[in-house]
Design a protein around this ligand. Sequence first.
Ligand code: UDP
Length: 363
Amino acid sequence: MDALITGGAGFIGSHLAEYLLQQGHGVTVLDDLSTGCYDNVAHLAGNPRFRFEQGSILDTGAVERAFTGTCSGETGQVGTPTPTPTDGHVNHVDTVFHLAAAVGVELAVSHPMEGIMVHIMGTKLVMEAAQRYGCRVMVASSSEIYGKNTSDNISEDDDRVLGSPLKSRWSYSEGKAIEETMAYTYWREMGLRTVIVRLFNMVGPRQHGRYGMVLPRFVHQAITGQPLTVYGDGHQSRCFCYIDDAIPVLADLVQHSDAYGKAFNLGSREETTIEALAQKVIALAGSKSTIHYIPYGEAYKDGFEDMPRRVPDITKVRQLTGFVPRTTLDEIIRMLVSLERGVGESWFPPGRNETLYSATLET
Ligand code: UDP
């Protein structure tokens, strides 16, 4: 593959970039470094198969440079810019992982317009370029799609249950839904090979609590002796999936002809309430922190609606790729605790490749 990862300097994108390079593929990262962070991919810059373009998916020039590998490499000596061929032939990427997004519920609530522009206008530009160059495309969608559907086994064809469009919380779900529809329509009407992956609460090294994500926040709070901030009564539940379990599936799906024009849930089925998660983090970190319950209206805004439950049916992705989430929540928490303490070498899940983490520890 000669792959382009939009949003490749983010938490998920940087793990995907690392994985694809390890598998021998070429990787171009397009990222505006708004929520992504160059440090996440800095260790890849020496690889001749890695390129970096700093720019937004809303910028047609940056998108074109990223697709044609003529990256400007504006952030220092980043990657290897490929000179534009003089014979008129344009080299271009053949596979796109479209991950660029306004991440997190907090951002959707505080800056809904930003998210809407990126999800809708940005995705339009990326899909147009993908069509121009005949690329395969994986669109990263989200469990947010399902909204308040509380099924204990949400499957891909289940209904979306959303609140009012005037509640900005739902703008993320709306934006992702339009991305999905675009991807599906490009497949159905134009034959572009697109696949949609709905990610359920991915967690792992390099994820920041800065944009609201609960697990890195709890781990940081527990290690630094601060109270763990549980929103609402903490009875809402989630299933946390270890990033390293999920990444190979993204690469598999985009190359699988049976996946095109379809959507796949991807996540773990180990359900925990947020209150139980806080208790677990405190116990596994050996922390003296307490739990502080914060009303939603204080944490976000008045009228905020949370998703009470999210448990994916993963039959479809398992049948096509053999995906099984291997890492337990206890293992994930232990690893994040040791990384947060800066002693990442001391604890890794059994049989894992420690080199994957070395870059994280250095940055
Ligand atoms: N949450 C919390 N305390 C925090 C951050 C988040 O209790 O400091 C809650 C949040 O309200 C939600 C759950 O944890 O119910 C998961 O939040 P996250 O933003 O990680 O993911 P998502 O809402 O997308 O599932």
